[in-house]
Design a protein around this ligand. Structure first.
Ligand SMILES: NC(=O)c1ccc[n+]([C@@H]2O[C@H](COP(=O)([O-])OP(=O)(O)OC[C@H]3O[C@@H](n4cnc5c(N)ncnc54)[C@H](O)[C@@H]3O)[C@@H](O)[C@H]2O)c1
Ligand SMILES: O=C(O)C(=O)C[C@]1(C(=O)O)C=C[C@@H](O)C=C1
Length: 314
């Protein structure tokens, strides 16, 4: 059992929780929800027959439904855990089967585009409370999930203007039960902040690993040979799921391009400092960033390494 999760709730928060997409995030939610008894029944839906079969084999949900529409029938809480580009299609599939009072949420890394894709499909009386757990790994699929993934991490809720406060409070209670710290902001603000703290860093990692691989011939394979240090950290991030990240960049285009513009300006300033031997500029920046890193560790926000050994026992 995951040692950092609390005891199961005596009274579950939901009756029928449906998780659509049982990859890293969806399967982690299923494991944690089952362990903590956050819902009476946990139901899985996934477009991939191989994933559905594997989820049944792992025994991490109560039911594996044959389709999204069948899964959400009678559900009081549905969480979309699919790539952000697929959220509109899933919302269309389930819209006719949702009952008034049901809460729909998601875990997408982009919020503005998900709200725009999902909201038009929701019938009256169905509440939409978008969410983004700022927790993950470079792995994907149902075997990669683990119940403690969200413990001690942020979960950002971005309810559209006019959302009923009760469903927002219920979604907050769900994430708090998983051990997350919940913060509320607008979808637009979320997308700007995450562009610089998550999306651009992934783009930089994809780019540097790609460039190094292209240079491999010139450096005679030294890229691989000497990749034990900083470069190795980039390769971890650059191993992240291609579908997920393609969708992130295509769905948060404006914010990413704006942050990239700023990033390029600052990179040019560093380039100039190196060219003109401006050691003071380099030293000042490196000192500032070292302080920032130490501050992050002090407040306990450093990414914990997932314990894949323990995961199998969840
Ligand atoms: N991986 C991370 O670090 C991380 C962190 C936070 C949030 N997120 C967000 O969580 C979501 C899921 O990411 P993941 O890492 O769990 O991905 P994943 O690739 O591990 O899993 C996605 C699952 O969705 C299923 N799927 C895809 N299209 C579908 C459709 N139309 N209908 C039903 N099922 C469908 C796939 O078969 C797969 O099982 C994404 O929106 C991502 O932005 C990811
Ligand atoms: O630790 C990692 O592997 C991650 O990339 C996790 C990370 C992040 O950028 O922090 C990636 C995307 C998500 O939307 C949230 C979390």
């Amino acid at each position: 059992m995951p040692e950092r999760l609390g005891p199961p709730l005596e009274q579950p928060l939901f009756n029928r929780l449906v998780i659509v997409g049982l990859g890293l995030i969806g399967s982690s939610l299923a494991r944690a929800a089952r362990h903590l008894h956050l819902a009476r029944t946990v139901v899985a839906a996934d477009a991939s027959p191989a994933v559905r079969a594997r989820v049944a084999e792992l025994g991490i949900v109560d039911e594996v439904a044959p389709s999204v529409a069948e899964a959400v029938r009678g559900a009081d809480y549905v969480i979309l855990c699919v790539p952000v580009g697929a959220c509109g299609a899933v919302a269309a599939e389930m819209s006719g089967a949702l009952v008034p009072g049901a809460i729909v949420s998601d875990v997408g890394s982009v919020k503005g585009s998900v709200v725009a894709q999902v909201q038009p499909h929701l019938t009256s009386g169905v509440h939409f409370v978008p969410a983004h757990p700022v927790a993950g790994t470079e792995h994907s699929g149902p075997d990669a999930g683990f119940a403690t993934l969200f413990h001690g991490r942020w979960c950002i809720l971005t309810p559209p203007e006019g959302t009923d406060p009760d469903p927002v409070a219920q979604v907050r209670a769900f994430w708090e039960a998983l051990g997350s710290n919940v913060e509320i902001m607008t979808p637009q603000h979320h997308d700007l902040v995450l562009a610089i703290t998550s999306h651009v860093p992934h783009l930089i990692a994809y780019n540097i690993v790609g460039t190094a691989a292209d240079l491999e011939e010139v450096t005679q394979s030294e890229v691989i040979k000497f990749s034990a240090g900083g470069f190795r950290d980039f390769t971890r991030i650059a191993a992240s799921d291609p579908t997920m990240w393609r969708d992130v960049f295509l769905n948060n285009k404006d914010a990413v391009l704006e942050m990239l513009g700023r990033f390029n300006e600052d990179l040019s300033a560093l380039q100039r400092a190196i060219r003109w031997n401006d050691g003071e500029a380099l030293f000042n920046l490196f000192s500032r960033t070292r302080t920032i890193r130490r501050g992050i560790i002090d407040v306990g926000q450093e990414t914990p390494e997932p314990d894949f050994g323990r995961r199998k026992a969840d």
